[in-house]
Design a protein around this ligand. Sequence first.
Ligand code: HEM
Length: 413
Amino acid sequence: MKTAEMQAALVYDPSDPAVMADPFPVYARLREEDPVHWSPSLKSWIVTRYTDVRDLLLSDHLSVNRLMKFYTALPPQDAVLLRDIIHYLNLWLAFRDPPDHTRLRRIMRHAFTADAIEQMRPNIEEITDHLLDRLEAGGGDRIDLIREFAQQLPAYVIMDLLDVPRDMLGAFKEWSDDMAIFIGGARNSDDKYERAARGCRLMSGYFRDLVAQRAANPRPGFLMDLINARDEGDKLSDDELVATCILILFAGNETTTNLIGNATLMLLRHPGELARLRADPALIDSAIEEVMRFDGPTNALVRVVAEDHHLHGRDLKEGERVFVMVNSANRDPRIFDNPDVFDITRRQNRHLTFGQGIHLCMGAKLAREEGRIAVQKLFDRFPALALDPEEGPEWLDAMVPRGTRRLPLRLRG
Ligand code: HEM
């Protein structure tokens, strides 16, 4: 009876501003009291313990292929409007189960080599310096780190990777914001489907032309590697290539923005750890890993139940949605010592922020490189960088990404 009462009182409301600012107390309760929680408002399961999250990401009981169910339930006029965007998203390996996923991943592996990412390093440094020069030259003291730095850095890196000219940034941002309605993080609006369809039409048209141009005038680089990528006589079709360019743009942008934003915020909120990093800059790699664990960019991953099964006494039924709560898993005291302590020298840090199993992030090396360079150069350039005492961070109202929409800072303390 006592347990039932406790569970009845346990409500997880991710849009509650207090939960947005600090979801970790409710995650701790969920892990202890109801590790496989049914959320009536989200109509989904919420799984919060580390071993469950890891095992579910590794298991065949869950599927990433959730688009067709959504599409077939749409009214006919919306289905027509969204046909193209669903077509492209369905070609993303992120939404495919084996064997399609296995084939796409094997082909894409040829472009995501350690060498290709290594070659990006001078480029990331140049982009970071350029953005910091601009901030410095601006002369002002108050900035929004997200808009003026953390969004632009990964966007330019991915655009360079895909051979998109940098002056396309504004157009790309608009198209991806319009498409983001399907990919998590975006707020609802009345014309959301029209905007998503338009964003997809413009973005896919752009990439289709770009791929055709590059194929006609080959030039070494990641895009060319993607065009050439072959696996046992098989290669990406034209539509798969366009879809993959869009996927890379999405997968590598907001996630890395949130890594840079969260890292800056965590270090400023923990001055002792920032001082340790300043005293020993070689700690930057473990500091970035600790940000990923402590309050990383992956709040949750989404799956659907592929096969009925039981977990902690709950029945998960085919077709039901599951939020696999990565940031909660990363604070599970069964796995991490003192999980609520932000410790940039932490050694045992097997966080799940890049996922687990067959869908493990393909861009993890690039993301780590960007995070490391951005944070190091930002704090070097502005040694008195501080939180804005008059305006706190504004967190994203979203279930999957975790980061700030705005992060007001004082550049000169
Ligand atoms: C801090 C930054 C990043 C984080 C936290 C992150 C996180 C993730 C996670 C959790 C997944 C697995 C999704 C799932 O299982 O449903 C994933 C997949 C993926 N990521 Fe990342 N990512 C980041 C940056 C990047 C970058 C920079 C790129 C590419 C340039 C990238 C490319 C991909 C791709 C292609 C996949 C799909 C892999 C598959 O489905 O097999 N990511 N990422």
